[in-house]
Design a protein around this ligand. Structure first.
Ligand code: NAD
Ligand code: SF4
Length: 441
């Protein structure tokens, strides 16, 4: 049974509302944290080993310690709720069902970072959630946990909710800041990192929803206790949104010691694959991370079981392993076509490219065009090589990670499933009638 820190009260009726949340011990962490110094809170977060839950896994305490503190310049906390990675919906769940956990985490984090005005930037498609968040903010304010002189400590904090307008790129932290400032969401060059020059050129910490929510249990149980959960540098718990060909899609909280096999097949989590079908492949961390075939997903190259944590999933590098990413776990069964799947993702990235850099602007639609050609039975062997070449030229040559995110799925698909691409070339008539999965497994 996995330990639950974030979703432990998610099943309680009315937990969305302040009174019910408070009765379960909600806002105790704020009371505790406001008696500590910002330095003591930072130390707890560092000790916890918490790593950014948006996808990059950057140590949260280290990010906070990078925050510049020039005299007389306001600092900000911005929560990245622009959860747009295909297959990822864990932050939506958290905000919809336990909004006070995010607000409580934001109060503690803002106090630690010295932010008196903090922001939640939420994707436009989550159209019903801003009202939930705004109600939670109002309730917290009425109870004295937000606004002026919180709990008589002299600390002031306002939290603002800003809706995005439906662009995936606004989840990239600097594009998000541009959008928050009222401009087109074009990513900025880094460095400078937001910690030095962020919102309105002020020092800013941008953190994912789940990362900030995790600060609440860290303060409640202490960073040292939090660090005992999990394994190695994968401390604490992680939310995983599971979808695709599984019996029980949903959001699960895991403690990162379970194997991938257990996660897919046990009834506590995904409950196996419907209709007794075989596992073909999986994207374990949202669409930007490499797809992995079943054999490498369940075992590492050394034959060890693969675990649901940062280190084990990445074991073997991109050649064999993949990444924990955002925790968007997409399972593909034997009937699925990798070429079709890769083509769908390529269309997504081509559509979402902001167009600033040539390799991404020109390369992403080009990859989609070639994949469409191969999928429709009109491709050649040279097209497969060309596809490989294009993704190589995009990777590492762009301003923001969207370029890499578009290149990696194509690279991994060709690396692991080249025979499938070749089948589409060799069987033009068949490929138009039935997909590779149905024809070959
Ligand atoms: P990154 O590695 O560039 O940065 C991670 C964080 O650490 C950033 O906040 C950055 O500012 C900070 N940082 C890194 N080095 C720093 C330094 N020297 N000084 C100060 N701060 C520093 O990654 P990223 O671009 O933030 O995120 C990429 C990841 O986002 C991908 O791996 C993907 O998994 C994920 N992603 C998630 C979603 C989603 O919906 N959750 C969508 C798209 C992509
Ligand atoms: Fe825009 Fe793509 Fe360049 Fe990112 S990589 S800045 S999305 S063109």
């Amino acid at each position: 049974m996995s330990k639950k820190l974030l979703l432990k009260d998610a099943h309680i009726e009315g937990i969305r509302y302040f009174d019910v949340y408070r009765k379960q011990g909600g806002y105790n962490a704020v009371e505790k944290a406001l008696k500590m110094t910002p330095e003591e809170i930072l130390e707890e977060v560092k000790t916890s080993g918490l790593r950014g839950r948006g996808g990059a896994g950057f140590p949260t305490g280290m990010k906070w310690s990078f925050l510049a503190k020039p005299e007389g310049v306001p600092r900000h906390l911005v929560v990245n709720a622009d959860e747009s990675e295909p297959g990822t919906f864990k932050d939506r769940y958290l905000m919809e069902y336990i909004p006070h956990l995010l607000i409580e985490g934001m109060i503690i984090s803002s106090f630690c970072l010295g932010s008196n005005a903090s922001y939640i930037y939420i994707r436009g498609e989550y159209s019903w959630i801003p009202d939930i968040l705004e109600q939670a903010i109002e309730e917290a304010k009425q109870a004295g946990f937000l606004g002026k002189n919180i709990l008589g400590t002299g600390f002031d904090l306002e939290i603002y909710v800003q809706r995005g307008a439906g662009a995936y790129i606004c989840g990239e932290e600097t594009a998000l800041l541009e959008s928050l400032e009222g401009r087109r969401g074009n990513p900025r060059l880094k460095p400078p990192f937001p910690a030095v020059k962020g919102l309105w050129e002020r020092p800013t910490v941008v953190n994912n929803v789940e990362s900030i929510a995790a600060v609440v249990p860290i303060i409640n149980i202490t960073g040292a206790e939090y660090a005992k959960i999990g394994v190695g540098r994968s401390t604490g718990t992680k939310l995983i949104s599971a979808c695709g060909n599984i019996n029980k899609p949903g959001v699960y909280e895991i403690d990162m010691t379970i194997t991938v096999e257990e996660f897919i097949y046990s009834d506590e989590y995904c409950g196996g694959i419907p209709n007794g079908k075989r596992l073909k492949a999986c994207i374990p961390g949202g669409s930007s991370v490499p797809i992995v075939p079943a054999n490498l997903l369940l075992r590492t190259i050394n034959g060890e079981p693969r675990y649901m944590n940062y280190e084990s999933l990445a074991d073997g590098g991109f050649a064999t392993g993949t990444m924990m990413g955002s925790g968007g776990f997409i399972v593909l069964d034997e009937d699925q076509s990798i070429v079709e799947h890769t083509m769908t993702l390529a269309r997504f990235y081509a559509h979402e490219s902001c167009g600033q850099c040539t390799p991404c602007r020109e390369g992403t639609p080009w990859m989609y065009k070639i994949l469409k050609k191969i999928h429709s039975g009109q491709g050649t062997m040279e097209d497969i090589d060309l596809l490989w070449d294009i993704q190589r030229k995009i990777e590492g040559n762009t301003i923001c990670p969207l370029g890499d995110a578009a290149a990696w799925p194509v690279a991994a698909a060709i690396r692991h499933f080249r025979d499938e691409f070749e089948w589409y070339v060799k069987n033009p008539e068949l490929s138009q009638k039935q997909n590779y999965g149905l024809a070959n497994y």
